[in-house]
Design a protein. Structure first.
Length: 191
């Protein structure tokens, strides 16, 4: 979605990811703002796809840099990966729920809380650290890698898949291709 809103190639990784956060929260607001179950499902599918792309890109390119470049970066990256695991579990519940069921909106509320917390951690703490420890060109290079990764990433939650750089770089593009094919065949809205 970020490229559609003018944050594309050549952007600082922190700008790209912050824009992603805003777009995710906007989608949640749209889900909360409609009573139409078909629209809720379509919006939720788009949200899930965007969160998956964002998370995979972070795990491939942001967290390895955090581990190497930031004080306590390994601990912070591990914490973020744990948060991603929680988010994936809730998204799987949303994916499996009927949009007319009250539990669907309860799960959306859970996801909103998890995403808001995760975004706040990154934007208030980790992104300023990245900007202070990396050059502008390194941030732009990482941004380009993140944008490319998002175009190949899975669009569906896979709770049993490892959240690791190696998995996402080796197996992830194949999983993403299968997800996009499934999305097309089923008419699932993914952005």
């Amino acid at each position: 979605m970020s490229e559609l809103n003018g944050v594309g190639q050549g952007a600082d990784v922190t700008e790209i990811l912050t824009t992603d956060h805003r777009e995710m929260m906007d989608l949640i607001g749209q889900i909360e703002g409609t009573t139409d179950s078909v629209q809720r499902r379509d919006l939720a599918d788009t949200l899930i796809a965007e969160v998956m792309r964002h998370s995979v890109a972070e795990e491939m390119y942001v967290y390895p840099v955090m581990e190497k470049q930031l004080p306590n970066g390994a601990d912070e990256a591990d914490h973020d990966r744990q948060e991603h695991d929680e988010i994936v579990q809730v998204m799987k519940q949303i994916e499996d729920a009927n949009a007319t069921d009250p539990a669907f909106m309860e799960r959306i509320g859970e996801l909103k809380k998890l995403l808001d917390h995760h975004a706040d951690d990154e934007e208030s703490d980790q992104f300023p650290k990245l900007r202070s420890h990396l050059s502008a060109s390194d941030l732009i290079d990482m941004g380009n890698k993140v944008q490319n990764a998002k175009s190949l990433a899975p669009t569906r939650p896979h709770p049993s898949a490892p959240h690791s750089e190696l998995f996402h770089k080796s197996v992830g593009p194949g999983v993403g291709m299968i997800d996009r094919l499934r999305d097309k065949l089923t008419g699932r809205q993914t952005g």
